[in-house]
Write a protein that binds this ligand. Structure first.
Ligand code: HDE
Length: 750
């Protein structure tokens, strides 16, 4: 028909036009991309192009020193190849019937490349999907020798480790700084077998029995209908669950405290949570809880910082970890244990040691240091190492055994099970990052992704055909021996011991142990989170639990929500505070922290140079913030007013009062206050005001002092001025030992 003809003509005309527009000008070979390295990594030039240099060197993923072979199929040779090693001359064009023709089915290179790509993703972890890892070494003090026969705890022993930190609720691409519990999982590659200490940054858990895990996670994850909110607990299903299921109240209190928004992985404590049973070479047992204590102290963000970072730098925590390691500021923790007599009741000072919603205050059972962890190497490949690492609470060396904690018992099942889906089969312990550094002779055979070429004909015992190998080990040969704990003869029940019914006393203990500032943060966090809920009944039910914890806490949150504060329905627990739970009131080292220094053309550049050298000398990282990139004088600029934001710095120094740089937003009202707002770049004022609001130390000298006046912060606590940059730095460092200047904001919660 005519219509069809016309339509055809139009399509052809359009196709010609498109072809015109798309007619390739033959784009030149792209130049080598600039290196994308994060500060303070030393920027390096791209490698000079040349066939003689081969592929980048592949490192043994586990950094094994025990001679475990590297089988990482890293890249070798100079030339681009197929997966089978055939060299290729072109990987930019598919094989076609003429340059404008269809792609040929026979293009095996195209198919291999796309097919592999199509299958690059594996399921993310069902919980703890978002994480960052690092390699390191653990050195034992020998102080635990009396209570455990674990060889890696013998004096002076060094053991390779891999640590993965994580958030719990968010997906793999979610923001680092959300309010959540953090995972702190450590793989010790000991020569008696791998030990995984799969802990969190909080010493208690939401539930007492593993059978409730799907419930608490379903409640915390995004709503099933709209899949929002991402990586948040501030929504109805979470508070619905924890307000009904009151054993979650203690853990929830930790989440609402500053522990829920750590400043850095480097400034988090870690906890094994459960009680474990340690056994020494004489067969004697104790119960013990594991603690990690960060050398830099326990520090947190403030809530506004955490929220800003979610947008400005969602990778804040992993960047901080990698940057610190690459800058040589190796993060360190001490491993400590609380030791309890292994008595039939399995209690200590009346506290049930099998209840994972309870702590034993350090004042009652001190944490005794048994060794030191240092993280000193970043992964070579995120997927190979951090994504594929598989932890399991059942990976135990001789000398460390489990208890009947019903949460731990369920975990013993879950961690292997989950890897079967996540890592695609039962051979995940052959993935290089998961390989033990001890000799393995396990009689496990075949299965998906079998990497080993097992020799021998007798993967069974007893056998004579392989000469009887493998042989059972005895005590002297470091066998893992299950502690012969007596199991009571008892009726089968689905029930908890009566002591598990106390859900509020330790939440109260935590609350009473906080300083006024910390209490204020807790009040605000509850008010924020419940304020985000839509259902009135949920808010009211949670207020009831708060009333049973503490009337002051309840009243303050109720005021914020505009609801009446209910009366307690249980007697308030008579508990003694545990000062060790507070993060404040101590002095901490400042090395590894970051100081921003605002410089401009009018700065005292000699002074800045001197301050910079001194900051480096005390192990901190100075970042120069200037109106433009490149150099100011002979000093390199790391941040500009466009790329720098307060949340990245632990303290701020001002050596200049820079006038608005050309890329600053124009003042909105040219007339009103034009003189004032024009004299300092508005982004510098924002920098100062945010640092000030976030209780960070601020210092200025020379021309920088006028910025303080304009920001309206002169003379307030924690804002120092001086004659020289070094004098100001000294005062600022002193303030930083307390982490923040809380005196600036006297707390309103008694
Ligand atoms: Fe986990 N947990 N968990 N968990 N957990 C997982 O294992 C589970 C619990 C913790 O960086 C999963 O490999 C159950 C307590 C960390 O790879 C899964 C229960 C503590 C990590 C799993 C708990 C933890 C996980 C998901 C209730 C602190 C991340 C992916 C009984 C002591 C490890 C995986 C990493 C990961 C199950 C409770 C810590 C599904 C059933 C309590 C740090 O197996």
């Amino acid at each position: 028909s005519n219509f069809a003809k016309a339509a055809k003509g139009a399509v052809e005309a359009a196709a010609e036009k498109v072809a015109d527009v798309l007619a390739p000008e033959v784009p030149g070979a792209p130049g080598s991309a600039p290196p994308t390295v994060a500060e303070p990594t030393t920027p390096h030039d791209p490698l000079p192009p040349g066939k003689e240099q081969g592929a980048p060197e592949t490192r043994t993923p586990t950094g094994a020193r025990t001679g475990a072979p590297s089988t990482a199929n890293g890249q070798q040779g100079t030339f681009l190849t197929t997966s089978q090693g055939a060299r290729l001359r072109d990987t930019d064009h598919s094989l076609k019937a003429g340059p404008r023709g269809p792609v040929l089915l026979q293009d095996h290179h195209l198919r291999e490349k796309i097919t592999h790509f199509d299958h690059e993703r594996i399921p993310e972890r069902v919980v703890h999907a978002r994480g960052a890892g690092a390699h390191g070494v653990f050195t034992a003090y020998g102080t635990a020798e009396a209570v455990t026969r674990a060889g890696f705890l013998r004096k002076g022993r060094e053991t390779d480790v891999f640590v993965r930190f994580s958030t719990v609720l968010g997906s793999r691409g979610s923001a680092d700084t959300v309010r959540d519990t953090r995972g702190f999982a450590t793989k010790f590659y000991t020569d008696e077998g791998t030990f995984d200490l799969v802990g969190n940054n909080m010493p208690v858990f939401f539930i007492q029995d593993a059978i409730k895990f799907p419930d608490v996670i379903h409640a915390g994850k995004p709503h099933p209908d709209r899949e929002i909110p991402q990586a948040q607990s501030a929504h109805d299903t979470f508070w619905d669950f924890v307000s009904l299921h009151t054993e979650a109240q203690h853990h929830t209190m930790w989440n609402m405290s500053d522990r829920g928004i750590p400043r850095s992985f480097r400034t988090m404590e870690g906890f094994g949570v459960h009680s474990f049973r340690l056994v020494n070479s004489a067969g004697e047992t104790v119960l013990a809880k594991f603690h990690w204590k960060p050398r830099l102290g326990v520090h947190s963000l403030v809530w506004e910082e955490a929220q800003l970072l979610g947008g400005i730098d969602p990778d804040f925590h992993r960047r901080d970890l990698y940057d610190a390691i690459e800058a040589g500021a190796y993060p360190e923790w001490e491993l400590g244990i609380q030791v309890f007599p292994d008595i039939p009741e399995e209690t200590f000072a009346g506290i049930d040691l099998l209840d994972p919603t309870k702590i034993v205050p350090e004042e009652l059972a001190p944490v005794q240091p048994v060794g030191k962890l240092m993280l000193n190497r970043t992964p070579t490949n995120f997927f190979a190492e951090t994504e594929q690492v598989a932890f399991h609470v059942g990976h135990l060396p001789p000398g460390i055994d489990v208890t009947n904690d019903p949460l731990l018992q369920g975990r013993l099942f879950s961690y292997v099970d989950t890897q079967l889906t996540r890592l695609g089969g039962p051979n995940f312990s052959q993935i290089p990052i998961n390989r033990p550094h001890a000799a393995v002779n396990d009689m496990l055979r075949d299965g998906f992704h079998q990497d080993a070429v097992h020799a021998g004909v007798a993967p069974y015992r007893p056998n004579s055909l392989d000469g009887g190998n493998p042989f059972p080990a005895g005590d002297a040969e470091h066998a893992f021996v299950d502690v012969p704990v007596t199991v009571a003869e008892a009726p089968k029940v689905r029930a908890n011991p009566a002591s598990f019914d106390d859900h509020h006393s330790q939440a109260r203990l935590f609350w009473l142990s906080m300083s006024p500032v910390e209490k204020e943060h807790i009040v605000r966090a509850y008010t924020f989170e419940l304020g985000k809920c839509y259902h009135q009944a949920i808010k009211e039910r949670q207020l009831q639990s708060l009333a049973n914890i503490d009337p002051v806490l309840c009243a303050q949150v109720a005021t914020g929500l505009g609801l009446p504060a209910p009366e307690p329905t249980v007697p308030l627990a008579d508990v003694a505070p545990s000062p060790a739970l507070s993060q404040l009131g101590r002095q901490w080292p400042t090395d590894g922290r970051t100081i921003g220094i605002v410089v401009g053309p009018d700065s005292d550049l000699d002074g800045v140079g001197q301050v910079r050298r001194e900051v480096f000398a005390v192990g901190m990282v100075p970042l120069l913030i200037a109106p433009h990139g490149g150099m100011v004088g002979d000093l390199p600029v790391q941040r500009t007013f466009a790329t720098g934001r307060s949340v990245e710095f632990d303290a701020l120094l001002l050596a200049a009062a820079p006038a608005p740089a050309p890329d600053a937003l124009p003042a909105r009202d040219a007339e009103a206050g034009a003189a004032d707002s024009a004299s300092v770049d508005p982004r510098v004022l924002l920098l100062v005001q945010e640092c000030w609001r976030h209780a960070k130390a601020v210092g200025a000298w020379g021309a920088g002092v006028t910025v303080l006046d304009q920001a309206g912060v002169t003379g307030t606590p924690g804002v120092v001025t001086g004659d020289s940059g070094t004098a100001v730095l000294t005062a600022v460092r002193q303030l930083m030992t307390a982490h923040r200047v809380w005196e600036r904001f006297p707390a309103s919660v008694a």
